[in-house]
Design a protein around this ligand. Structure first.
Ligand code: IPM
Ligand code: MG
Length: 372
């Protein structure tokens, strides 16, 4: 089914996922109407919603559609309703299957502090002002997928839980390459993060990143840091970082930490990319860093900015629509600059608005910019 249109698979998922995705749908409609950009949009289920409808957190037909699409947009997965399901049926498995089978090994998590929001950070203004870092997290390897894994019962009746941290040369080098290339378009600095002081996989990580650097990216400034130190440096002096490249588990933790520097998890987008094909296209999935926030689901309080910024990354990386991506990012920035806030980033003297009003305001700003 070859097609020239932009094929987009939308998976809103659970909790606040559908609410924040609805705001992206409005932007998609707006782009069609006012910029003549058509998307061939298919919508389906993932996570708990998919489990309820199909008996699996990701149905096979959805997996096939994801492999066919030019890009996948995902909201969030998970919630207490599905907490007691067997491991293989948990909502999170749906997301992990997508990442693994689409081979999305490079997860880009930019942490940018908008000037308008610098005060919303729990850190001091002078520590976070102007912050712009990019975490590149390895996404299809490491302890998330390593074998052996499982829980076994020992002869004495006690139990043993096992997961395996494992990385190969290729897995390390392909994600490091993404980090070096990104740094080349930014400030030219990469910090590679592992625990080479206690883990052999960390020793290999450090050696391979260094070797690739020396072979092909010697113009980039490369430093190495232990993950615990990195966690500390991120709150001590986050602006020392440009691009951070790290493994799946450390990347999961450090990106949540980096997200909070920006004021709220509700602000952070992400892009998960596979290898480039002959035409330079990469399989891709875009999702906010935040989760399904079941405590506020259905209340209209969710912040749609991370989801909308994820769509902006999608426009930029999957559809070569840099101009529209810039427009959308600028629109969100000026709406925040104008003082609108969802509950998660609310500050005194600002106007607290719902998910829908925030989305509407961003579209209003797009309209204003188009008219100008
Ligand atoms: C993330 C999330 C996921 C992860 C969960 C939902 C499986 O925390 O994308 O950071 O651990 O990778
Ligand atoms: Mg996480």
């Amino acid at each position: 089914m070859a097609s020239d249109t932009n094929r987009l698979l939308i998976l809103p998922g659970d909790g606040i996922g559908p609410e924040v995705m609805a705001e992206v749908r409005r932007i998609i409609d707006w782009l069609g109407k006012h910029r003549g950009i058509a998307f061939d949009v298919t919508e389906d289920l993932v996570g708990g919603a998919a489990y309820d409808a199909y008996g699996s957190p990701l149905a096979d037909h959805t997996m096939e559609a994801a492999l066919e699409a030019d890009a996948v947009l995902l909201g969030a997965v998970g919630g207490p309703k599905w907490d007691s399901l067997p491991f293989a049926e948990k909502p999170e498995r749906g997301l992990l299957r997508l990442r693994k089978e689409m081979d999305l090994f490079a997860n880009l998590r930019p942490a940018v502090v908008f000037d308008a929001l610098a005060e919303a950070s729990t850190l001091k203004l002078d520590v976070v002002k102007g912050l712009d870092i990019m975490i590149v997290r390895e996404l299809t390897g490491g302890v998330y997928f390593g074998e052996p894994r499982g829980i076994e019962t020992l002869p004495d009746g006690s139990r043993r839980g096992v997961n395996t941290q494992v990385y190969t040369t290729d897995e390390i080098r392909r994600v490091a390459r993404v980090a070096f290339e990104l740094a080349g378009k930014r400030w030219g600095r990469v910090c590679s993060v592992e625990k080479a002081n206690v883990m052999e996989s960390g020793v290999l990580w450090r050696e391979e990143v260094q070797a690739l650097h020396d072979e092909e990216f010697s113009k980039i400034e490369l430093t190495h840091m232990y993950a615990d130190n990195c966690a500390m440096q991120l709150v001590r002096n986050p602006r020392q970082f440009d691009v951070i490249v790290t493994d799946n588990l450390f990347g999961d933790m450090l990106s949540d930490e980096a997200a909070m520097l920006t004021g709220s998890l509700g602000m952070l987008p992400s892009a998960s990319l596979g290898a480039a094909d002959k035409k330079g296209r990469r399989r891709a999935l875009y999702e906010p860093v935040h989760g399904s926030a079941p405590d506020i689901a259905g209340t209209g309080q969710a912040n749609p900015v991370a989801m909308i910024m994820s769509f902006a990354m999608c426009l930029r990386y999957s559809f070569d629509l840099a101009e529209e991506a810039d427009l959308l990012e600028a629109a969100a920035r000026s709406v925040l600059g104008g003082g609108l806030r969802t509950a998660d980033i609310m500050e005194e003297g600002k106007a607290k608005v719902s998910t829908g009003v925030m989305g509407e305001a961003i579209i209003g700003e797009l309209e204003k910019r188009l008219a100008a």
